[in-house]
Design a protein around this ligand. Structure first.
Ligand code: SGN
Ligand code: CA
Length: 525
């Protein structure tokens, strides 16, 4: 007679073999797991798969090499919380209600994690959330409150706030792997949102990475000293210049006493307290390592007494060193997660998406930050890996948007897409099918008046042209021919040679505003 334990083992054995049979089904019939990886402010110019000359990101590149790289991926409102709300709901900002970083997300809305969960997925959200209201639609969540901190950060869980010791990018990965460890053996597929804080301002790297990157020097972009001639007021009046708006204390990591002593004009109070706030979070060992590297940088800065263009050049180098060093950690940790999936037999049936909440300026037009509909911030990195479905090393040039992510994930999971979602499933593109795709993208940015003073604007982009309307305390139009002027230095609006293009673009804008139900944009002059 079979003993109780032996019987149980035989039963488990038969269940396991049944599971093995299931695994032999094709990737298209077995519901895939999904890992949505998003970093914060990660410019495509800082990913080697996009041809970056600034940094090598071998692990992020693995996703592109084993999957598909999107060369024309964009957001619909280039700022953090709005982008996240668009991704969750598949709806433009004016429909999901979260138009800028100040608004709270209405978490009663339908989101793709909720739908996946209702359809048998285990769901988790780990890392940067930034939507003010608590995450909904997840079996598990552990998120940074607000922007979060780099060193020894707090995390919010359903039970309250917990303080963790360590570096934010490493911790978020530890928590993600722990959750996978617990979720992976169950029968259900999973969907994990694994979202980094890095490389968000104020760019605080780990010891290993700041030791390494502070030794490096980076090529300057051509337009570092852009005078904004050839464009309108919006570019001139934006407060995101490396020269005048980047802080020597918080951003460049110079002690406030030195900045004050040398008489540099800054928003000294706020930036100085941010400087101290960041360093005060470090353990004595972390602080000592920091001082060992940034101490001599401070001394050299004090001696040099830089001004004008020389100071801007120096600030650009400091910016790139810390920004890119913060990305180095993201890349290492993405590698750690990919290795874990491979070592645990999860790589084959898991879709991996890598993206950022928007693009970022790395000195182009003299800027840092994002917000504008100009290419560097409008575009976002996007690469997707799905073994058995996506051809390894493929590239796509269709106009896709973060508005499409929810629809794509639902479609990939074999779940119906709600009719009121506004994006399109990218599944046919992932399969390499030739399909009718959109020929124009819609954009709308709202956070003004506000930090960095980027004026409200909406617009349309086709594969070649871009029309932008700045409004609110301004009423100006800009038109760019991206083929002739990819860096967007010359506004062609009103140029008779482009009269027909201009007319067509106005028409396109009208059509898209109608399609997306965003018809009331009232300039408030
Ligand atoms: C902070 C940053 C800004 C940044 C916003 C929004 N300043 O306020 O530079 O534009 O976040 O960023 S900081 O000195 O506090 O870092 S977003 O990614 O959350 O939209
Ligand atoms: Ca962001």
């Amino acid at each position: 007679m079979m003993g109780g334990l032996a019987f149980l083992m035989a039963l488990v054995g038969s269940l396991t073999s049944c599971e093995t049979e299931q695994k032999e089904e094709t990737a298209e019939t077995k519901r895939p797991n999904i890992i949505f990886i998003m970093s914060d402010d990660h410019a495509y110019q800082a990913i080697s798969a996009y041809g970056s000359t600034l940094i090598n990101t071998p692990n992020i590149d693995r996703i592109a090499n084993e999957g598909m790289l999107f060369e024309n991926a964009f957001v619909s409102n280039s700022i953090c919380a709005p982008s996240r709300a668009v991704i969750l709901t598949g709806k433009h900002s004016h429909i999901n209600g979260l138009v800028d970083n100040a608004v709270r997300f209405d978490s009663t809305q339908v989101t793709y994690p909720k739908i996946l969960r209702e359809n048998g997925y285990q769901t988790a959200m780990i890392g940067k959330w930034h939507l003010k209201t608590q995450p909904t639609g997840f079996d598990y969540w552990k998120v940074l409150p607000g922007q979060g901190h780099y060193y020894n950060p707090e995390f919010r869980t359903p039970e309250g706030i917990v303080l963790d010791s360590g570096y934010v990018t490493d911790l978020i990965t530890d928590f993600a792997i722990n959750w996978l460890e617990e979720a992976k053996d169950k029968d259900k597929p999973f969907m994990l949102m694994y979202q980094h804080k890095a490389p968000h301002r104020e760019w605080l790297p780990t010891e290993e990475n700041f030791r390494n990157y502070t030794q490096k020097e980076f090529p300057e972009p051509e337009s570092l000293f852009d005078d904004y001639e050839g464009r309108g007021r919006a570019a001139k009046e934006a407060e995101m210049r490396i020269s005048t708006h980047m802080g020597l204390t918080n951003d460049s990591k110079i002690h406030p006493d030195i900045v004050e002593k040398l008489g540099y004009k800054e928003f000294i109070n706020w930036y100085a307290s941010a400087y101290h706030g960041n360093l005060d979070r470090m353990s004595p060992e972390e602080r000592a390592a920091w001082e060992e590297v940034y101490g001599p940088i401070n001394e050299a800065f004090e001696k040099a007494g830089l001004h004008g263009d020389e100071l801007t050049k120096w600030k650009y180098q400091r910016y790139m060193q810390d920004y890119l060093a913060s990305i180095e950690s993201v890349d290492e940790n993405v590698g750690r997660l990919l290795d874990y999936l491979e070592e645990n037999g999860l790589a084959e049936n898991t879709i991996i998406i890598y993206t950022s909440d928007q693009g970022f300026y790395l000195g182009e037009h003299g800027w840092f930050d994002k917000r504008f509909m100009y290419e560097e911030s409008f575009r976002t990195p996007l690469m997707i890996k799905w073994p058995g479905v996506i051809t390894a090393g493929s590239k796509n040039t269709d106009l896709v948007q973060n508005l499409d992510f929810a629809e794509t994930m639902l479609d990939a999971a074999g779940v119906d897409i709600p009719e009121d979602m506004q994006g399109k499933s990218m599944l046919p593109l992932l399969k390499g099918e030739k399909v009718e795709w959109r020929d124009a993208l819609y954009y709308h940015y709202y956070e003004y008046p506000g930090i960095h003073a980027v004026k409200r604007h909406n617009g349309v982009r086709t594969d070649r042209y871009k029309l932008i309307h700045f409004y609110y305390d301004i009423d100006e139009w800009e038109l760019y021919d991206l083929q002739e002027d990819p860096k967007e230095m010359n506004n062609l609006y009103g140029d008779p040679a482009y009269a027909e293009v201009q007319e067509n673009m106005h028409q396109k804008l009208k059509e898209l505003m109608k399609e997306y139900k965003d018809e009331v944009v009232i300039p408030q002059l």
